[in-house]
Design a protein around this ligand. Structure first.
Ligand SMILES: Nc1ncnc2c1ncn2[C@@H]1O[C@H](COP(=O)(O)OP(=O)(O)OP(=O)(O)O)[C@@H](O)[C@H]1O
Ligand SMILES: [Mg+2]
Length: 199
């Protein structure tokens, strides 16, 4: 008798645990956002094919990816923020799940505002790693619900940076194939405008 009631009690307890778990799972499911939104932050001065490669990978992994152009990062950028936004919007126009926006302040606050749970960052070489690790861990401390995801670009873009692209163009070299065509054209215009000013 005693063992039967103990078995019943155990069964009831098990049921409670299972029901409790089911309830938690249901709550979890309903609290999960239906779309996974990712933010890809940067200065994009200018957008390179390395950036485009990472955004393309992100657009396959996430429901939406928001390219976040950081405001006021550099004192003397080559392209203004509206120019950088316009270029990115033009390049990603055919991609239905890529958006372009600007942000200021903490990246995790921008992510929160946009209902994004992922921050995408690109890793080119070991030299990127230390700074990226620090940023990812600080962002996790600030908002643990936002996860940083690192992605590697295709090999031809592992050495491409906006800074290097600007330097090469300023010194008269070609960056064909390393930046979108629209960026190549805009870089040429900027160079011409600067040369005309100096003349
Ligand atoms: N060629 C690339 N391949 C992969 N990730 C990249 C590449 N270029 C930039 N990224 C990543 O894109 C994000 C935004 O970078 P950012 O706007 O600083 O570009 P950048 O090329 O590093 O520019 P800058 O030379 O001005 O620092 C960062 O996570 C950076 O590591
Ligand atoms: Mg950089």
């Amino acid at each position: 008798m005693a063992s039967t009631s103990r078995m019943q009690a155990e069964a009831a307890h098990q049921n409670q645990v299972i029901c409790g778990f089911r309830l938690q799972a249901e709550e979890f499911e309903t609290s999960m956002p239906s779309d996974v939104v990712a933010i890809y932050p940067g200065s994009f001065d200018p957008l390179t094919n390395g950036h485009v490669d990472i955004i393309q990978r992100g657009s396959r992994l996430f429901d939406r990816i928001i390219v976040g152009v950081l405001l006021n990062l550099e004192k003397s950028p080559l392209f203004t923020v509206p120019e950088r936004v316009a270029i990115a919007r033009d390049v990603f126009k055919p991609w239905h799940n890529v958006e372009v926006d600007t942000f200021d302040g903490l990246l995790v606050d921008f992510a929160h505002k946009k209902h994004a749970t992922v921050i995408v960052r690109g890793l080119r070489a070991v030299s990127d790693f230390e700074f990226e690790l620090q940023m990812a861990l600080m962002n996790r401390r600030l908002r643990p619900e936002v996860e940083t995801v690192f992605m590697m670009p295709a090999e031809p873009y592992t050495y491409v940076s906006s800074r290097l692209v600007k330097e090469v163009v300023a010194l008269g070299g070609s960056v064909h194939g390393l930046v979108p065509d629209v960026v190549e054209g805009r870089l040429r215009e900027k160079k011409l405008a600067r040369e005309t000013l100096r003349a």
